[in-house]
Design a binder for this molecule. Structure first.
Ligand code: ATP
Ligand code: MG
Length: 361
């Protein structure tokens, strides 16, 4: 046992729908890992009841002083927001984006992971080697929240709404540099930059220019610039050419859903919203939403949330434990313990228990 046992304080925000189910799964896996660590580390959980139900009671998605309370934690473990009773843009901006922006979590890392024993629309022969990661600019771009409604002007008499993207040189540079640094930690040192700069001639052209400038600092890393429509096709047709894919907020959001669907299900995809300077807590969450269609049935796939917990371990510097957890996930799918979205019959609890069992091996 280490002389000073590490105690990590984690804020859990399960929020809506299956968020609560998969966060509970992730918590029990992490607690099992801590219990097996011989006292080397432990997790101290505080749960916050924020989300759409809280909104129904208070008119806000989270407490007014929520960010102040969260900033004391080592990390935030998040479920999902969104419920039919609250307009989606209110639930998203009122909680998830408020935390992301409040804590300057400007890098969103979303690995696309192909697991053994999981069917994918890609041919089996091609899948074994596949493994790439989408790096999403998480602070500006198309989600800058810039614009307004009721502009008078050229509309044919009807309302005009304007939604602008914001690309700053600093914002582009930090995420692109982050992608190159990440590429250097991977077997394949390559960064693919994605824009639609032929049609979006200001912000995305700036992005392309910054990409070329930063690339010059990383002569050991292979690069390519691909338009987002072509990249969508490439995800399906030539994914073996990918390693790190860096893109703006909206483009990366769409591409990472495509990646997880290719891997077999949205329920598989993990993600980390990082404040790389570590001035503020980072947030770990599955990519999927609250899935109202299956919420409350105990059948949600917990693998995206558990994989996000593994990313949190990495963030804490517990990389060996993260590796163990990822191997336990692979052992579980390889053994055929699959939830409904992957064509199996295992419940959330059964998949979670199988992952915990596999940790012991
Ligand atoms: P968001 O806008 O928050 O991204 P969304 O509206 O895109 O959410 P999800 O809530 O992610 O959608 O659900 C999309 C589909 O994927 C639904 O059919 C849902 O049941 C399924 N799904 C999402 N997460 C899971 C999961 N963990 N396990 C099984 N199925 C899931
Ligand atoms: Mg979605």
């Amino acid at each position: 046992p280490s002389p000073t046992p590490a105690r990590y304080r984690i804020a859990a925000i399960p929020a809506d729908g299956v968020g609560a189910e998969v966060v509970a799964a992730g918590r029990s896996v992490l607690d099992a890992l801590a219990a097996g660590s011989g006292g080397a580390f432990s997790f101290d959980w505080t749960e916050f009841p924020w989300g759409s139900r809280y909104y129904a009671e208070t008119g806000a998605m989270m407490a007014d002083d929520g960010l102040d309370r969260l900033k004391e934690f080592d990390a935030i473990y998040f479920g999902a927001v969104g419920w039919p009773t609250v307009p989606d843009h209110i639930s998203l901006w009122g909680l998830r984006l408020r935390v992301c922006q409040g804590f300057d979590q400007w890098a969103n890392v979303r690995p696309v992971r192909f697991l053994p024993g999981v069917l994918s629309p890609l041919r089996a022969a091609d899948r074994a080697e596949l493994d790439w990661v989408v790096v999403r600019e998480n602070s500006e771009g198309e989600y800058a929240g810039f614009g307004g409604r009721n502009f008078a002007g050229r509309g044919a008499g009807g309302e005009v709404a304007v939604q602008s993207s914001v690309f700053t040189e600093t914002g582009c540079e930090r995420i692109i540099r982050f992608a190159f640094d990440l590429a250097r930690t991977r077997e394949r040192r390559k960064v693919s930059s994605v824009t639609k700069s032929n049609a979006q001639q200001y912000g995305m052209v700036l992005w392309d220019e910054v990409f070329r400038r930063v690339a010059a600092d990383y002569p050991d890393v292979e690069t390519e610039s691909v338009l987002v429509d072509a990249m969508a096709a490439k995800f399906v047709l030539r994914p073996e050419e990918l390693s790190v894919v860096v893109a703006s907020n909206l483009n990366a959001d769409i591409l990472s859903d495509l990646g997880s669907a290719l891997a077999g299900s949205l329920g598989l995809a993990a993600s980390a919203n990082l404040n790389p300077e570590r001035a503020w807590p980072s947030m770990f969450e599955p990519v999927h939403g609250s899935a109202p269609d299956i919420a409350g049935q105990g059948v949600a796939n917990p693998i995206g949330a558990v994989g996000s917990a593994a990313m949190m371990l990495d963030h804490f510097g517990l990389s060996e434990q993260a590796g163990r957890l990822n191997r336990a996930i692979a052992a579980t799918t390889a053994a055929g313990v699959l939830p409904r979205d992957l064509g199996g019959r295992a419940s959330t609890a059964e998949v979670t228990a199988a992952i915990i069992d596999a940790l012991a091996d």
